[in-house]
Design a protein around this ligand. Structure first.
Ligand SMILES: NC(=O)c1ccc[n+]([C@@H]2O[C@H](COP(=O)([O-])OP(=O)(O)OC[C@H]3O[C@@H](n4cnc5c(N)ncnc54)[C@H](OP(=O)(O)O)[C@@H]3O)[C@@H](O)[C@H]2O)c1
Ligand SMILES: *[C@@H]1O[C@H](CO)[C@@H](O)[C@H](O)[C@H]1NC(C)=O
Ligand SMILES: *[C@@H]1O[C@H](CO)[C@@H](O)[C@H](O)[C@H]1NC(C)=O
Length: 412
């Protein structure tokens, strides 16, 4: 049997009708898609609200358009030759891949002050440098440092240049890689911390649709946890492991972490036990949080509303201060014991070093299996949709969170 060259296989005509109907419907959607995307590119600036909804739609429209065009290419005969005279469709400009978009949806900070210095608007798409990976953000987490950056509390030692996208933690999918990146490929699920060090933040933080990040600052997301859970981890894990290293914690050690119920503490307490093999893990918390901290593996939880922990804890090997109580920590360690503070504060002696966390994907890899197997678990305080960032900030600003405050990516 001879088959006409432009038909891939001899399909019966009825089976071609359904795709045709689909194409016609898609065609109507396409027309809308194009007008929406023009609209969103023409209105940057003051009318942020209008831009927002259309920009989300234009992403979906672009995806629809790409799907539509690929369907169209599989049926060339249907449109052009099999039914002469029916010029139903016109092929428009080629599809725009997500990472070729010019602008994306983001929360953007352009000054110091209250919640309104961070506005949702379109921001230039980042493109990866040779050593960088382009990631689509599925979830991001807030940290106390985001509050300090917003109010200007840290302006003395952070070299900010406005505007920038805030946010330190994310989980998402790889959408593209720079030419020197071989380890990561499009579609991989990764999580990480994009700023080389916390006090020298890059312009593209985690509260946007996409970010670019050095290939060594990310790790494969444990498959058994969600993006919301994974986003809760990078700062907490890296800060914990880097503090453990500074203190030279050994298996069997007795260690204190002050403020165990916070974003860092809920991970540090578990990691002290299951990663370092500490023999005794002490922490501080109040109310219902004391029970949670026991469940997370603390040997003792001092309720700071009822007792001064300096009265209870003695002769410890090391202490990590996350509450500004480094002086009290010094009272609890044995002679030759070590204290480090992640909170800082004036008047510290030389034997209480302060450090700022450094981005290290390798830290995340070291604990991958603990999370994958559920031996250590993420603790999420609350999850907010992307458009509720101001509410998420208010929640963190109470100072009473248990674990991490999460913000979903704009496309979810
Ligand atoms: N140096 C670095 O690189 C680095 C990295 C990460 C974090 N940090 C700093 O470390 C600190 C902790 O961060 P985080 O993300 O864990 O904060 P967080 O999530 O905001 O911590 C809130 C928790 O801390 C508890 N808390 C507050 N004061 C306490 C106290 N005196 N005793 C016991 N618990 C107390 C609160 O419990 P209650 O509701 O019971 O008060 C709440 O559960 C912050 O100052 C942050 O800036 C520094
Ligand atoms: C601060 O940032 C600007 C612009 O990015 C740069 O030119 C300047 O050297 C930086 N200053 C410090 C102290 O890092
Ligand atoms: C904790 O210590 C302070 C200062 O030394 C003291 O005033 C307070 O009564 C103590 N609280 C408890 C519950 O022991």
């Amino acid at each position: 049997m001879s088959v006409r060259p432009w038909l891939p296989s001899p399909l019966p005509l009825p089976s071609l009708l359904l795709p045709l109907v689909t194409l016609l419907v898609a065609s109507a959607a396409l027309t809308r898609a194009i007008s929406i995307s023009h609209h969103s590119h023409g209105h940057r600036g003051p009318s942020a609200a209008a831009v927002l909804s259309s920009s989300t739609q234009s992403t979906r429209a672009l995806e629809r358009r790409a799907a539509f065009l690929s369907a169209l290419r599989q049926l060339p005969a249907l449109v052009t030759k099999d039914r002469p005279g029916t010029t139903v469709l016109e092929i428009p400009e080629p599809p725009v891949l997500p990472h070729e978009k010019e602008y994306m949806d983001a929360w953007v900070q352009s000054g110091f002050g209250g919640p309104d210095v961070i506005e949702r608007r379109e921001f230039l798409m980042p493109s990866p440098e040779p050593h960088q990976v382009l990631v689509k953000v599925k979830a991001a987490a807030l940290n106390p440092v985001d509050i300090g950056r917003r109010t200007g509390f840290f302006k003395g030692f952070m070299n900010e240049s406005f505007p920038f996208i805030p946010g330190y933690d994310f989980s998402g999918t790889v959408e593209g890689v720079g030419k020197d990146v071989s380890r990561w490929r499009t579609g991989m699920e990764v999580y990480g911390y994009p700023h080389e060090i916390g006090v020298r933040p890059q312009r593209y933080g985690t509260l946007g649709e996409y970010l670019v990040i050095d290939q060594s600052f990310i790790a494969a997301k444990p498959k058994s946890i969600s993006h919301e859970e994974a986003a809760s981890l990078p700062t907490a894990i890296m800060t914990s492991l880097q503090a453990f290293e500074m203190l030279h914690i050994k298996p069997g050690d007795a260690v204190l972490f002050t403020g165990g119920a916070g974003g860092v503490g809920t991970q540090a307490v578990q990691l002290l036990k299951h990663y370092c093999g500490a023999g005794y893990v002490a922490t501080t918390g109040s109310g219902f949080k004391t029970q949670l901290l026991e469940e997370l593996g603390a040997s003792v939880v001092v309720d700071f509303l009822k007792q001064n922990f300096t009265d209870v804890l003695k002769d410890l090997d090391s202490a990590i201060d996350a509450t500004g109580e480094w002086w009290e920590c010094l009272q609890c360690v044995k002679e030759g014991g070590h204290v480090v503070t992640i909170r800082g504060g004036p008047g510290r002696p030389a034997n209480v070093p302060f450090f700022t966390v450094q981005a290290r994907g390798s830290d995340l890899e070291k604990v991958h299996d603990l999370y994958e197997k559920g031996i250590v678990r993420p603790v999420v305080d609350s999850v907010f949709p992307f458009d509720s960032l101001p509410l998420a900030f208010s929640r963190l600003e109470t100072g009473r969170v248990t674990g991490k405050v999460i913000v979903r990516g704009p496309s979810l």
